[in-house]
Design a protein around this ligand. Structure first.
Ligand code: HEM
Length: 531
């Protein structure tokens, strides 16, 4: 019911604004006619849902003597507050609501009655302590493209089993051996960007995070399979947010076919591994070797859904975060020089890059690490997540009726001055332990919280650290064109994907820059702190 078919026209681009997890933009002209059908579908869905919600609320009222629905309007009949949400910056929509109604409020968007939660305690209640009462919820059309057996969509034993496997293969111990591989991907990406052209930073970061994802999931993969995965994945990516229909030639149906091919490719890779009796410790290997307590292995479809799902979860999120890191560093030259100093010290200790970066070095990049954390807070890549109440739930005297969507609002929490002083200021030092102002528990959740929290967070941070190391130690970049504005696709990305020009810095340029920086010591002399 919550399939989002509202397409907005902004900055000349048709941009779909579904806000949440792992959902991407990409409607094409072929879908224009379907837009009308979509609107009718949405209208009817909203009408049915609205009528149901009203009836549901009325029917329950006599029994619910104590608990009442959270405050907040449900908007216009049928369409709820969908238009309000989509006619303004969604952050402002949520922030205004929080100002007016407090930390729990209700709304009705896109045919779904929702309860929004903007306090750390409430987010913890839904995601951690009472997680069994709130199931993950995605539109069916998206589920079909990712793969219904992917762990995101599940709760209980199956989820626990899959999660253990995914988390194990992405744990610090497992990914430390990936450092040289990620380093070589980072170096070749940067060399390609510095070819005297303007690049779309976000798109290039997507290629980088895709390649890193492939390494983490498959280890070293035959280049034929890698290209096939890339080609079909990009078709899925394009159709992911289009109107779901099987009509041949539409973006969605192309995506669906490409998704089937992705499964076939993964099956072929599995067959090849079995033939060669290859025992690998990457995610594919872990999934192939897994047996449950009854000795049952996972089916090829279950394996493919999880491989493709993890790749999906890894790509745009990390690419968006990296694009923001570059934007914030570009906008804060003094901070950039501090990060440069940190990275050049490591680069020089490696004989100007003659020796490879080590895991320990990546873990010692204190200032760079703080810049990443602060970028994650500021950008709040996953602004909120969705759950659905599986029963009537009472929280602090408020009723969350069964079937309602529940949205913990990470961004509101990350931008609340009660938890982060002067929240609009980019200030990595707020994560410095010596300041004794480290975020309070449950106030900083860029990777979520609880049973569905991001198992890829260590990999995401590692690949960011490695890319930034080579970027700032050897390259410079300038942003081209407009430098402000945010685009949602659905993850927030700087306007137009941050077009930028990169070039390799000569040693003398670097020395000149260092000399001018020496006059200013504001970014130096950070005491050693453990991450
Ligand atoms: C900066 C980059 C990333 C951010 C901000 C991010 C954020 C998140 C968040 C907030 C969730 C929880 C969603 C929820 O509770 O509904 C999540 C889940 C997930 N993430 Fe990430 N993620 C990132 C990178 C990655 C990477 C690199 C991988 C894998 C290599 C990954 C794999 C996953 C998976 C598989 C889940 C679902 C876990 C489950 O349902 O049990 N993510 N991510």
């Amino acid at each position: 019911m919550c399939v989002l078919v509202c397409a907005l026209s902004r900055g000349g681009e048709r941009e779909q604004r579904e806000r949440g997890r792992f959902v991407k933009i990409g409607l094409t002209g072929a879908d224009m006619l379907l837009g009308i059908a979509a609107s009718i579908f949405l209208f009817i869905s909203a009408l049915l849902s609205y009528t149901f919600t009203r009836a549901h609320t009325r029917r329950r009222r006599p029994q619910q003597r104590k608990a009442k629905l959270p405050p907040g309007p449900v908007g216009w009949p049928f369409i709820g507050e969908t238009l309000q949400l989509y006619s303004q910056d969604p952050n402002i929509f949520f922030a205004n609501k929080q100002k007016r109604y407090g930390e729990i409020f209700k709304s009705h968007i896109l045919g779904c009655p929702c309860v929004m939660l903007a306090s750390p305690e409430a987010a913890r209640f839904v995601l951690v302590t009472q997680a069994h009462l709130f199931k993950p919820t995605y539109p069916k059309s998206k589920e079909k493209l990712i793969g219904p057996s992917a762990l995101f969509f599940h709760q209980g034993d199956y989820h626990t089993r899959l999660r253990r496997l995914v988390q194990g293969s992405l744990s610090p111990d497992a990914i430390r051996s990936l450092v040289p591989h990620i380093e070589s991907i980072a170096i070749s990406s940067l060399e390609a960007w510095a070819e005297d052209r303007i690049i779309n930073t976000f798109q290039e970061m997507k290629k980088f995070s895709f390649d890193v994802g492939i390494i983490a999931l498959f280890g070293c993969l035959d280049s034929y399979y890698k290209e096939e995965l890339k080609k079909n994945y990009s078709i899925v990516d394009k159709g992911y947010n289009s109107f779901p229909t099987n009509i041949p030639g539409t973006a969605y149906s192309n995506a669906f076919l490409a998704r089937k091919r992705l499964s076939q490719i993964v099956s072929e890779i599995i067959i090849k591994r079995k033939e060669k009796r290859l025992e690998r410790k990457d995610l594919l290997g872990c999934l192939m070797n897994s047996k449950d307590e009854k000795g049952q292995s996972l089916t090829d479809d279950q394996i493919a859904d999880n491989i493709i799902g993890v790749l999906f979860a890894a790509q745009d999120t990390t690419a968006s975060a990296l694009t923001w890191v570059l934007k914030f560093l570009h906008d804060n030259p003094k901070l950039l020089e501090g990060v440069k100093a940190e990275q050049i010290a490591i680069y020089e200790s490696n004989g100007l890059g003659k020796r490879p970066l080590t895991w320990a070095q990546a873990r010692s990049m204190i200032l760079t690490y703080r810049v990443i954390l602060e970028s994650l807070r500021m950008a709040s890549i996953i602004s909120f997540t969705f759950r659905e109440a599986v029963a009537d739930v009472e929280y602090k005297g408020y009723l969350i009726p069964k079937g309602w969507k529940v949205l913990p609002l990470f961004r509101n929490i990350h931008h609340n001055p009660e938890f982060f002083l002067d929240p609009q200021k980019f200030d990595p030092s707020r994560f410095a332990v010596y300041k004794n102002v480290a975020p309070k528990p449950n106030t900083f959740m860029p990777f979520g919280n609880g049973v569905h929290a991001c198992p890829g967070n260590e990999l995401a941070k590692l690949e960011m650290l490695i890319l930034i190391h080579h970027l700032v130690a050897k390259f410079r970049w300038e942003v081209v064109g407009s430098q402000s504005g945010i685009q949602y696709g659905p993850f927030p990305v700087p306007q137009h994907g941050l077009p930028a020009r990169f070039w390799k810095e000569s040693v003398c340029q670097r020395q000149e820059a260092e000399a001018s920086f020496e006059g200013d010591s504001s970014c130096h002399s950070l005491p050693p702190i453990s991450i």
